[in-house]
Design a protein around this ligand. Sequence first.
Ligand code: ATP
Length: 385
Amino acid sequence: MSTTESTTKLTLVDTAPPRLALEGITVTFDGVPAVSELTLDVGAGEIVCLLGPSGCGKTTTLRVAAGVERQKRGRVLIDGRLVSEKGNHKPPEARSIGLMFQDFALFPHLTVADNVAFGLRRIATPDQRATLVAEYLARVGLTQYSRKFPHQLSGGEQQRVALARALAPRPRVMLMDEPFSGLDNRLRDEVRDHTLSILKEEGAGVLLVTHDPDEAMRMADRIALMRQGRIVQIGAAYHVYNYPVDREAAGFFSDLNIIHGVVRDRQTNTPFGLFLTPKLVDGADVEIVIRPQHLLIEPDEGTAPEATPAHGMPARGRVVRARFLGSASLIEVAMDHDGSILRANVPHAWLPEQGARIWLSMRRDRCFVFPCVNQSRVAEPYAAE
Ligand code: ATP
């Protein structure tokens, strides 16, 4: 191409509205807020998990999206269409949503095929219904079960029927509340992965409620971490895990080790070396937070390992307990400097004797420095110099 030729660059901008938009949703029960000013979008083909402790408002949020709970303030839009605002609420059946709950709620007196056909009775002719039922039973791998009744199926199979039933009307939005929690551990992983691939093929926007961080990390494109009726952080699993907004958010995903310190001259001195804390004022109490898998552990062979920028200064302790966890070992260490117990998780079998002397150091790129609660809540992930 000559230098005088001009090229036209086309930038594709997705102007489609999100499949589901919750705008400023507030719900109160007897004057007590269960959900406060919650705003959230779910795009086509996107899986967003509402994750948080019991009672934080996850189910209530989902129920508002479904139309079985009414918000005090805020709006719900599906595909850009207003389906709920003050004084104007479309019922669930007029929202193009699929629902899946923990107890599946299959009709016990209907066959598998009739259960799947149930949601299609008003929107499809008998021929179309038969085609869709066959298509969705094939998709969940249950074609041969179509004439059986729910009680003749295993828990995992019943869950797949519920998935087929929810998806057959081709909803724009799937709302799922702890859909896998009734399944035993081994089956749960299998059913979850299978469900995930089907949901991705279907392209509906999915809002899934869970209190299980592993499930959220496994399923979600984005995790919305909730606390006391609000979303405190939202992002991809990697982001929410590695850049938590505060200690509680960090602690939702794993155990934490916490080392206390006090800011002096914009830095905080600890037995693991100095941490720069330029945004915190002198005298502020801080918590240096690190997950067990990011502590490094070495046997004490007489000489102290060298301090490095990546790992800071090693601190010494003695093994209190070591446990084999299958894919890792968990080692509890009483620290020499103050007797506190820190937990290190090493990704292999290593079971040092009780009382063995060891050195611990911290992966500096995986430490977080948080002001102690009651001070500013601004978190400052630690950046090694
Ligand atoms: P879990 O994980 O235990 O199901 P959750 O995060 O889904 O909890 P919600 O069920 O949304 O929480 O409940 C949020 C808050 O609202 C809780 O304090 C709960 O007790 C309260 N709540 C929910 N439904 C009602 C109701 N119908 N009447 C009164 N209070 C309610």
